[in-house]
Design a protein around this ligand. Structure first.
Ligand code: 5AD
Ligand code: SF4
Length: 359
């Protein structure tokens, strides 16, 4: 145990160190969390930025083996919010001081979809006096498309790699043109070239995933110098092929704990980036996101998708589905963040400090 504590005082962590720390339990795990809390306080303060998450469509052309809205899942009813519904949700975020929204959907790349996002960017900026930061999470696209959306005022882009281990990637996705590990890497390069604040992420506790893989994920994030990360536990969904491998999974509580350790280690490795407390944490533990905030995360993405659609954006089981009114929900979240000794930064964009330093 004392050896693990000594590791935390080292100026840089090796792959072997990270692998050991990912296995920390009990007091050693608490030491890791304490260290990450200190790093967070020093570099990005005890603050949480809100991003209003708008899951505007669950129509997806891809077939990832783990995801409930994969195209082959005929049991999911598909929806597509109207432009007005999306703009209204953006106005809600603006009026409630969120400072920032995320537009997320299943992945499409046809012309109609690309043009629709372009129009939406203009509409949202028009309706909110250019005061909202807009993050897109709309998958792999052509470089020209990324450029067009950037020129129209999207500043940040999220594209998870899911795992940085190529072999594992192909155990989670069909091996075809639509699911191409190298293209995903290329897209992350494009996004960086265009000038976005770039976010990526992985799932934690996947079948076949090792501690070495997870250490590799953290080091890979550092090597590509990301500005933002959102990562959380893998949660099985019964209507997906990966469900058949559920006997290989760590117990759900362990996947949760491992996710917190990943977040803490990432905060120590990349001190000034933005780290989101993934919604999947909340699916396991009601206060999971606040626990992540306490030990390193500094972004929460409250779901502001209109209530009637939320049930249909089910990537995994037990996805949290608040039926509280927006005001009650916010009051409760504020209370819990206070308990996590953090403060909500209302009306702030909360750009990644790491990205700001590079400008
Ligand atoms: N469990 C956890 N996360 C999932 N995602 C998709 N399916 C699951 C699942 N079963 C995540 C992926 C994707 C993001 C939008 O949701 O990482 O990039
Ligand atoms: Fe589509 Fe994303 Fe789900 Fe894959 S993870 S099936 S790309 S929504």
């Amino acid at each position: 145990m004392s050896t693990l504590k000594n590791l935390l005082d080292k100026s840089s962590l090796s792959r072997e160190d990270i692998i050991l720390l990912l296995q920390a339990e009990g007091e050693a795990m608490q030491d890791l969390f304490r260290k990450a809390t200190e790093v967070k306080r020093f570099y990005v303060q005890d603050k949480v930025y809100f991003r209003g998450l708008i899951e505007f469509s669950n129509i997806c052309s891809k077939n990832c083996y783990y995801c409930g809205i994969r195209s082959a899942n005929r049991k999911t009813e598909r929806y597509n919010l109207s432009d007005d519904e999306i703009v209204d949700a953006a106005i809600f975020a603006y009026e409630n001081g969120y400072g920032s929204i995320v537009l997320q959907s299943g992945e499409l790349s046809n012309k109609r979809f690309v043009n629709r996002i372009s129009n939406l960017l203009s509409k949202i900026h028009g309706a909110t006096n250019q005061k909202l930061r807009i993050t897109l999470s709309c998958g792999e696209q052509e470089k020209d498309t990324y450029q067009k959306w950037f020129d129209l005022g999207a500043i940040r882009y999220l594209l998870r790699i899911e795992t940085s281990n190529r072999d594992l990637f192909y155990k989670l996705h069909p091996n075809n043109r639509l699911h191409d590990f190298d293209n995903r890497l290329k897209c992350l390069e494009y996004l960086k070239d265009v000038g976005y604040q770039v976010g990526t992420g992985v799932m934690i506790g996947l079948p076949y995933q090792t501690y070495d893989d997870l250490a590799g994920d953290l080091l890979w994030m550092k090597s590509i110098d990301v500005d933002m990360v959102g990562m959380g536990p893998y949660i099985e969904h019964h209507d997906t092929p990966l469900y058949d491998l559920r006997h290989l999974l760590l117990p759900i509580g362990k996947r949760f704990e491992l996710s917190l350790k990943m977040i803490a280690l990432l905060r120590i490795l990349m001190k000034d980036i933005n780290i989101a407390a993934a919604t999947a944490l909340q699916a396991i533990d009601k206060t999971g996101r606040e626990k992540a905030v306490e030990i390193g995360a500094n972004v929460i993405m409250p779901n502001i998708t209109p209530y009637s659609y939320r049930d249909q954006y089910k990537l995994y089981e037990n996805k949290p589905m608040t039926t509280d009114s927006p005001d009650d929900f916010l009051a409760r979240l504020e209370e819990r963040i206070k308990l996590a000794k953090n403060e909500i930064a209302y009306n702030e964009w909360g750009d990644s400090k790491h990205w700001e330093e590079k400008q």
